[in-house]
Design a binder for this molecule. Sequence first.
Ligand code: HEM
Length: 570
Amino acid sequence: MIGIIAVPIVFLIYNYVIYPLFFNPLIRQGIPGPLHYKLSSFFILNDSRLEKRNALLQKLHLKYGPVVMIGPNEVSLNTVDLMKKVYLGNYPKEFEKKGKTVLGFYSQFGNFGQRNMFSTGDSKTHILRKRPLQKIYSKSSILGAQEFIKAKVSNITKKIDQLGPDVNVDVYSLFISMAMDVVSGFEYGTKFATDFVEKLPHTSKTLEVEGSIFNSFRNSSSMWFYTTLLPSLWTPVARWCGIEESVGYAQDWIYAKFCDAMDALVSGDDASDPDYPVPNVISTMWDGLRDKSKQSVQGTLPPNRNRGHSYQVEGIPSSQINSIASEIADHVAAGHETTGITLAYITWELSRPANAHWQQKLRQEVAGIDDLSELDKLPILHAIVQEALRLHAAIPGSEPRFVPPGKSLDVTVAGRSKIIPEGTMVSCQPFSLHLLPVFGSDVYKFRPERWLQDENETPEQYNQRIHRINGSMFVFGQGNRMCLGMHLAQCEMKMCLAEIYSKFKTKVSPDWCSKVVQDNSDVKTGYSELPMRYKSSGYQELTDVDKMAMADTYTTRPMFDECWLQFDRW
Ligand code: HEM
């Protein structure tokens, strides 16, 4: 009897007290951090679940310095040098040694039973996947696709004109829709691109409408903690929250569109609209698969458009077909939320009374220019986009990697050299890196001028400063796992801002909040700063700054999922 009780107690004491305190190499090295975080991963996982992680890591870095232990095997880093060592050093997303693999944060991002580029752990497999897709999103390819992007972007101003002046417009809905209209063309071919800017009203909270695919994407995001960190609890929690069905809806929608585009390709049709011949993922991967299989592929079996997710082509294993669908699903998700969220933050910042002078400057700069390569050279437009990417990084959360087998990471703690051993999970988070002093003063404020030449600076000093701060940006990651859609996102955003501000001025809707804050006050981050009751009850007493607080999650969003502006012709 004593043995039955004693064995588990000894096990727990050894695992949670003796081993961590006396044998854990990170603790023995003296890596700083709160003691309870060093002993168990429970605390940092729970912070993620409570949507407090990003703000907490920032506080820990301010307290303990740039190297902080946040779990028995996890260290958060916050200097530009360490970020470069890890990400330009291409540390892997998974740790593999002697045939054993430690899966990481990313392994759960696969779809339809298949991994994709983003969720691939090892560098060799990743580069093979990435190579054929890289050219679709290269700068020259995006410039070549500008007529298509322009057509989708100009639907925004058409929509605003239809709505008329002083109408409250939810720009969060508008820009998420625009980004989906664009990215779907790059995935399925322009023939199959969506038209959500035209089809949705954007004058009510349509993204939350039950059954909408955006609601479904949102519900998937709300489950990100379980998807990525505790997959075994995903199904019971989704069922308990009543969103299991809804989460599947976006996947079904993505797959149904995939089937439509595949039907066209397999029968020898082009997936591109002849007016907008844009290179796309489905055609590129399908051609690659046919070349690889060296078979003449003909005819389809009837696709299963329900939950089966199994499009079949004679002679090709369905796993290979689904590998294309998995890649597309990832790009569709990555490509619409991030860009839409950033645009919502940019236009909100420009609409705040204290920042409204930037609208004037922008209008003067973009007047009469709609060519993308010309827009790309404009300093004010560039400064506004860069500043929003810094302050409102759409992915502000940690991007975890492992110290590779056979290597260690040298760090300095309080002037002393320390070694982080192989297999340790290390990460930087854009949110904290973007607040470092290298970016200048008032780092919690939106100040596009930090990207422009100061009147006291020589051109040489300016170039050196800009080189330094550009190299410190982490919004798109760095190294070989850097964002594939970066040029697409930047071009889309610049085109969209030029289109809007050459025609309209914007202001924060006074009907949306108790008060529109007049000064350029600091941004807020996260649910942790506002009591949860605001989320579900009447929250009319909040200001626009409160309502645009960034959700404390891996991919952020305005925490109330809305951003209401009014548009007026200049
Ligand atoms: C403002 C918009 C965007 C932001 C802030 C953003 C941010 C990021 C970040 C930080 C990563 C790297 C994650 C990591 O290393 O752990 C990433 C990867 C990725 N992004 Fe984006 N992204 C944006 C837009 C897009 C768009 C429009 C696409 C369209 C296809 C896209 C596709 C991808 C893909 C496929 C990867 C994985 C790359 C790889 O693993 O090699 N992103 N993105």
